[in-house]
Ligand binder design. Structure first.
Ligand code: FAD
Length: 371
């Protein structure tokens, strides 16, 4: 078979949200960009399908607009623990619920309009000294971006470290045709699992379960949440159940020579934080700035900075997931101190610094936790 040769400034391996966002950002800086993905669009993946406000802001900075009829705005987060519920609005919006395939289709359309070369159905099989090899093609590139997800082969090929701290959980999601009863993303905390409800259209909900148990599916999980099960009773499932592994992973380094990692390939937060896509889009902007300045160390520093908050949030949420007594006290304390919940949410989306939690709020919250 004759080998096809492609020449470009940047080859992005993986055309998921991170790879497409990086390609769009790089085209805006004038680079020639090729994206290769083994799958074909629109690529689906089990996901809570929530874009937090910082993700929407980063998409805007990439000039990716989401038409109003393709997504559903939500105002904040509601925690539900048994009979207790506490909610708070985001200090700044909007946040959006959007079908994963819709998001992918929109990103592909923006990348194509920006004249990114898109090679679908193209599996990259290895790195070579001046680029990468695919089945039947050799792609020469000055820079390689590994955007091939949490089990990144690019990370391995480039000799970059595996995850230093790794926690696996399992997520399964299904869509239901139902009028959203809520303008919030609801996180239902239960015994050893969380069920997350995201409104994604005027008559559609994304419902996902996340747990340590790879065998726990949504129907069984819903038996722990009778009120939610009642609301969904009779609602048509519009998609089959789809699963994915959620990994909390810190990668020691994300840069070697001319190969650099973005998105889940470069480390990931636990799915319950809803931070993954926001990280992808922010990293895309930073990697393009750094390449344009010919200074990838700048990206390494930005990557470390923006990964810190989601990692801490992941650890806090995982602690709540595993310690039911502590979790009940936390939700109780948050319900008694809604200002603290609002502050924590602002910190979560990067709209406030941890110092802005305020001593008064922290003390009132601590008092509530200890009674
Ligand atoms: C259950 C669950 C719920 C989640 N909920 C949310 C949420 O509500 N909000 C949020 O912001 N985040 C959420 N996330 C996280 C989010 O889904 C990820 O952070 C995001 O998908 C990462 O995108 P990516 O482009 O880095 O990787 P991926 O989406 O995994 O894309 C990687 C791409 O690389 C391609 N690829 C792999 N190897 C090769 C190869 N050798 N050659 C060519 N192509 C290759 C694959 O085909 C794939 O298309 C959730 C995750 C899980 C598991």
């Amino acid at each position: 078979m004759e080998m096809k040769l492609v020449d470009t400034d940047v080859l992005v391996i993986g055309g998921g949200p991170a790879g497409l966002a990086a390609a769009i950002a790089l085209r805006r800086k004038g680079f020639d960009v090729v994206v290769a993905d083994q799958a074909r669009p629109a690529i689906d993946k089990a996901c809570g399908e929530g874009l937090l406000p910082d993700a929407v802001t980063a998409l805007e900075a990439l000039s990716v607009t989401i038409p109003a009829d393709e997504a559903m705005p939500f105002r904040g987060i509601r925690f539900i623990e048994g009979q207790l519920a506490v909610e708070s609005r985001f200090p700044a919006g909007p946040a959006l619920g959007i079908r994963r395939t819709t998001l992918h289709r929109l990103l592909v359309a923006h990348a194509a309009a920006a004249r990114v070369s898109l090679l679908w159905g193209t599996r990259i099989t290895g790195l070579i000294s001046d680029g990468a090899e695919a089945e039947g093609a050799s792609i020469r590139a000055r820079w390689i971006i590994g955007a091939d997800g949490q089990n990144s082969r690019v990370r391995q090929w480039a000799g970059l470290s595996r995850c230093t701290r790794q926690r696996f959980r399992y997520g399964f999601r299904r869509h239901f045709a139902a009028d959203p009863w809520t303008k919030y993303v609801e996180v239902n905390w239960g015994p050893n699992c969380q069920v997350v409800v995201t409104p994604i259209a005027p008559q559609e909900l994304c419902v996902s379960v996340i747990s340590d148990n790879p065998r726990l599916r949504l129907d069984e999980a819903l038996t722990f949440f009778p009120e939610l099960a009642r609301r969904l009773r009779g609602a048509l499932s519009t998609t089959p159940e789809r699963g994915a592994v959620s990994t909390l992973c810190t990668v020691k380094d994300i840069l070697r020579g001319r190969t650099v990692l973005v998105g889940d390939a470069s480390g990931s937060a636990d799915a319950i934080t809803g931070d993954g896509l926001g990280l992808c889009f922010q990293q895309a902007l930073h990697v393009a700035d750094a390449l344009a300045a010919n200074d990838l160390a700048r990206y390494r520093a930005a990557h470390r900075r923006i990964a810190r908050r989601p990692r801490i949030m992941s650890e806090m949420m995982l602690l709540m997931a595993r310690r039911p007594a502590l979790r009940r006290r936390v939700v109780q304390a948050l319900a008694a101190n809604p200002h603290t919940f609002a502050r924590l949410l602002a910190i979560h989306i990067g709209a406030a610094s941890p110092a802005e939690l305020g001593l008064g709020n922290a003390l009132a919250f601590a008092r509530e936790l200890l009674v």
